[in-house]
Design a protein around this ligand. Structure first.
Ligand code: VG1
Ligand code: CO
Length: 544
């Protein structure tokens, strides 16, 4: 096997964002664009000769071609064995599971997650390290530095490999094993949840489900686990075949993009549980009959009930949430007497806390929930968790949620996204907020008095690493809060995210429409950031 060392020139824009490098497909199709990034990773990771690498993606356009390139580069960079998901598929949580189980040095996950796919849309690549989690910033920074000076990459010439038939083959000294993408993951789920109980719920008809895989990677996982193993009625999983363009939609599980599911859950005779997941299967949306559970509430409810579920019967060591995530879980942690950590946005920040066994559950407001079972958020895991709870408590989703609010109070929560803002305008908005920080403490907006205004800075409690500028936080004396930050996953212009929450203890006030309950904060947020005024947008692009 002859390793070719091919000359290349650097690209200036290969800095990974919140979750890997995401760009338009067209950008990835530029000469050596993918090769440069992959080589920068190989140059950064310590590839012990003979080590195992995991490769798979969400099946979007360019997934297959990218895998062929990565395989030939892996062979040229001393990798001993590659595990590839059949058809090039591996959901993000399954990739994490496979890396951990097979003690791989890491893996490439090919996905732009919830961003649309197709020749005109987005592609993405992310490297996960040996713990199965997204590489920490210290690693991605080194990859980026490398990508700015890279002048050659290593590759071998080999014909395209068959990645659709399970089994083993070789490129030179490197072995390639095409694995069932579902098997390892399904086995892990069976250890965490009471499959017998869920199965009898489905068989008796007490439990019914609609799971919308949004034409993305979770389809095969959901079919196998929910319908085949757990006996959910055939057809419970819809849009189950992964498509290169996700059928033209955004594979983003929220009330806007999963409106087909929302329609089913809000009319006629809805099933007990409605759920959806995103492009790469790490997000989840949970709905009940005529009811939507905010991800921040879902995290809190799972935490409060975890001890009822086999995988967490010994209780939780601690919990964590990303900074803009609603603080419902903080109340649960306080009641349980366990630690609750606040991290920057992005799953990579949970890795150290999980590895150090300081936390068991964690989550983000962006429809991400997970635990120490892998090192990624996990969409189907959250769905199984809810199914287990419903089967056990024999209550509807709405009743479980109402019960939770009665116990802990309700944190009304909403995120408003303003997409496609011109970058200088977005920078102007953030700049203005920065300038206001010093004068805000003590200032009153109607009944809301500012108690804290800062630019969130995170010191990792495990390794002491510092991450600056993780979002503007403004807290008020009535337990309300507004957070502003720019998205780090978009591929066009800038997206401003405005997060608002307000705590309500009074059970008589737990059923207001969310946007109404947050009306004062929405007005204060605009007063502070002037996004509508500066962009001319009358409304947010998406409200979740
Ligand atoms: C968004 C979410 C963040 C999430 C990230 C990756 O990032 O807000 O919570 O971790 O996407 O999720 P940003 O920077 O655009 O706000 V996924 O499912 O796209 O891997
Ligand atoms: Co995702």
């Amino acid at each position: 096997m002859a390793v070719e060392i091919r000359k290349t020139t650097p690209y200036p824009d290969q800095k990974p964002g919140t979750s890997g490098l995401r760009k338009k497909v067209k950008v990835f199709l530029q000469g050596n664009y993918l090769e440069n990034f992959v080589q920068s990773v190989f140059d950064t990771v310590e590839t012990a000769d003979g080590a195992t690498l995991v490769v798979g993606g969400d099946g979007r356009y360019f997934n297959r071609q990218a895998i062929q390139i990565i395989l030939r580069m892996a062979a040229a960079n001393g990798v001993g064995r590659v595990l590839v998901g059949r058809g090039g598929l591996l959901s993000t949580p399954a990739a994490s599971c496979v890396i951990r189980k097979h003690r791989a040095l890491g893996g490439f996950v090919l996905s732009a997650s919830h961003n649309p796919g197709g020749p005109e849309e987005d592609f993405g690549i992310k490297f996960n390290v040996a713990n199965g989690g997204p590489a920490p910033e210290s690693f991605t920074d080194r990859v980026y530095q490398r990508s700015r000076v890279i002048d050659a990459y290593r590759i071998v010439s080999a014909p395209d490999l068959d990645i659709d038939t399970p089994g083993r083959s070789r490129i030179g000294d490197m072995e390639i094993e095409v694995i069932d993408p579902v098997a390892d993951y399904a086995e892990l789920m069976e250890h965490l949840f009471d499959f017998g109980l869920i199965r009898s719920g489905f068989r008796s008809g007490a439990l019914t489900l609609r799971f919308d895989a949004m034409h993305a990677v979770t389809g095969p996982y959901a079919k196998r686990i929910l319908e085949e193993t757990l006996s959910a009625a055939p057809g419970s999983v819809v849009n189950a075949v992964p498509l290169e363009d996700f059928g033209g939609g955004h594979p983003d599980p929220n009330l806007v993009h999963a409106r087909e599911l929302a329609a089913v859950m809000y009319c006629g005779r809805p099933p007990t549980l409605g759920a959806a997941s995103d492009g790469d299967g790490d997000r989840n949306m949970i709905m009940g009959a005529n009811c939507f559970v905010t991800p921040s509430d879902s995290l809190a409810i799972l935490a409060a009930n975890a001890h009822l579920v086999p995988g967490y019967k010994d209780g939780l060591r601690g919990v964590a949430r990303s900074m803009p995530t609603g603080r419902a879980v903080d109340r649960v942690a306080a009641a349980m007497g366990i630690e609750c950590y606040e991290t920057p946005t992005g799953w990579k920040f949970f890795g150290n806390l999980l590895d150090a066994r300081r936390i068991t559950l964690c989550g983000e407001e962006s429809f991400g929930t997970g635990s120490d079972h892998v090192r990624e958020k996990d969409g189907l895991w959250a769905v199984l968790f809810w199914l287990n709870l419903i089967a056990l408590r024999k209550q509807s989703v709405a009743a479980i949620v109402a019960d939770h609010w009665r116990r802990f109070g309700r944190d009304y929560y909403s995120r408003h996204d303003y997409e496609g803002i011109e970058v200088p305008v977005a920078e102007g908005i953030m700049g203005r907020l920065q300038d206001l920080l010093a004068e805000l403490p003590g200032r009153a907006f109607g009944d809301y008095r500012v108690t804290l205004a800062d630019d969130f800075r995170y010191v990792d409690p495990v390794d002491g690493s510092v991450s600056e500028h993780q979002g503007i936080r403004i807290a008020f004396d009535n337990s309300s809060r507004i957070v502003f930050r720019l998205s780090g996953t978009g591929t066009e212009g800038a997206t401003l995210r405005v997060y608002m929450e307000r705590y309500e203890r009074d059970p008589n006030l737990h059923n207001l429409p969310t946007q109404e309950a947050l009306a004062d904060l929405i007005a204060i947020a605009e007063d502070l950031c002037q996004v509508k005024k500066r962009t001319g947008m009358a409304q947010p692009s998406v409200m979740t």
